[in-house]
Design a protein around this ligand. Structure first.
Ligand code: AMP
Ligand code: FES
Ligand code: ZN
Ligand code: ZN
Length: 328
């Protein structure tokens, strides 16, 4: 397998492009794909201040690295969600990355600043953890960007993420979400611009990028996301991609080219008022984030449940250790 550019040994093959690259040209390919997305969708311009939401995973650390290498003024934002060891480990990867590169990192910890965490909020609201998690992240990304005077919030959503979300929204004909599934969302009253510069790059490419660039990242999946539909959609699309390379990109970019504009992306936010507690845009007196904070007030902290896969192995361990005295 040889690099398409220099004919030296390749380290990765990208089937949908029918191309192989050595490490140097793979890094260049990733940068080119980001530059192309930025230009094509008019995401941002040199000189603008960007706030990169970094989770400690491969995608967001990679996009921060790429934007910094391209000369953008890009600060990081990490939200500590209080999901046990997973959040603590994720935070450490982000801090190490920022320190090594001397980049500015804003950290907000839900427990320290708002006296709740995602497991506790999930228990209080009796909803899936991703619901309180997503609500908290959206609110804090927006308010940190508006308060800090940033021009845009950057997230690490990649092609696999966007294709899976699109698939889910099409499966359920969530037309209101379809209209907003663009790689750039313009700033609106009280909301910053939001951009996704990795839409041309897949998950596997981002993992390879981090390895080549020596970026250490959180490899664990969130323990509270087990069984989440998004992961199922990704598996389905991976099967399709294996059978027919390029399907994911055709699905997503075809939607952006031919269909997204048929769905109205203009939520009726002219009527939005301001939250009485925090000043964020809100459709009632108190915004949904502040309502969540109020609801969790005084709730006893809930610990992170053990994911089902690990539970099974614990049960199996117990079964083995108690059956006929066999302990291995
Ligand atoms: P997810 O919703 O977990 O798939 O994450 C999507 C994107 O949101 C990531 O690529 C990051 O840009 C951002 N993100 C997720 N979790 C956090 C976090 N705890 N702090 C800051 N940004 C995050
Ligand atoms: Fe949000 Fe897991 S990262 S619930
Ligand atoms: Zn090469
Ligand atoms: Zn509020």
């Amino acid at each position: 397998m040889k690099c398409k550019v220099c004919r030296e040994p390749a380290i990765i093959d990208i089937r949908r492009h029918n191309a192989n690259f050595c490490s140097e040209h793979f890094v260049r390919y990733c940068h080119d794909q980001v530059a192309r997305s930025i230009k094509e969708f008019a995401m941002c311009s040199p000189g603008e201040r960007l706030l990169v939401a970094v989770s400690g995973g491969k995608d967001s650390l990679a996009v921060w690295d790429i934007l910094d290498s391209m000369g953008y003024e890009a600060d990081g934002l990490y939200v500590g969600l209080g999901i046990g060891d997973y959040s603590e480990g994720s935070g450490r990867y982000v801090q190490a990355f920022a320190e090594q590169r001397n980049l500015r990192l804003i950290e907000i910890d839900l427990r320290e600043s708002y006296d709740y965490d995602v497991p506790t909020a999930a228990a209080v609201t009796k909803r899936v953890p991703c619901s309180a998690c997503g609500l908290s992240k959206r609110h804090l990304f927006d308010s940190a960007a508006v308060d800090g005077g940033y021009d845009a919030v950057v997230t690490g959503h990649n092609l696999d993420d966007e294709a899976a979300v699109l698939y889910g929204n099409v499966m359920r004909w969530q037309t209101n979400y379809l209209g907003r599934q663009k790689p750039v969302l313009a700033a609106r009253k009280g909301f910053p611009r939001k951009i996704k510069p990795l839409v041309r790059l897949g998950e596997r490419e981002m993992a390879a990028y981090c390895i080549v660039r020596g970026i250490d990242y959180q490899v664990e999946e969130c323990p509270m996301a087990a069984g989440n539909k998004h992961l199922q959609y990704k598996e389905i699309l991976n099967m399709q991609e294996a059978a027919s390379p390029g399907s994911k990109a055709a699905f997503y970019f075809g939607f952006l080219r031919d269909a997204v504009d048929r769905f109205d992306d203009d939520p009726a936010d002219d009527t939005l008022g301001r939250c009485e507690r925090c000043g964020a845009p809100a459709s009632s007196e108190i915004c949904s984030f502040c309502r969540l904070v109020q609801r969790t007030e005084g709730a006893a902290p809930v610990s992170v449940p053990i994911p089902r896969s690990k539970r099974k192995s614990k049960a199996a361990e117990r079964a083995i250790s108690t059956s006929d005295g066999v302990t291995t």
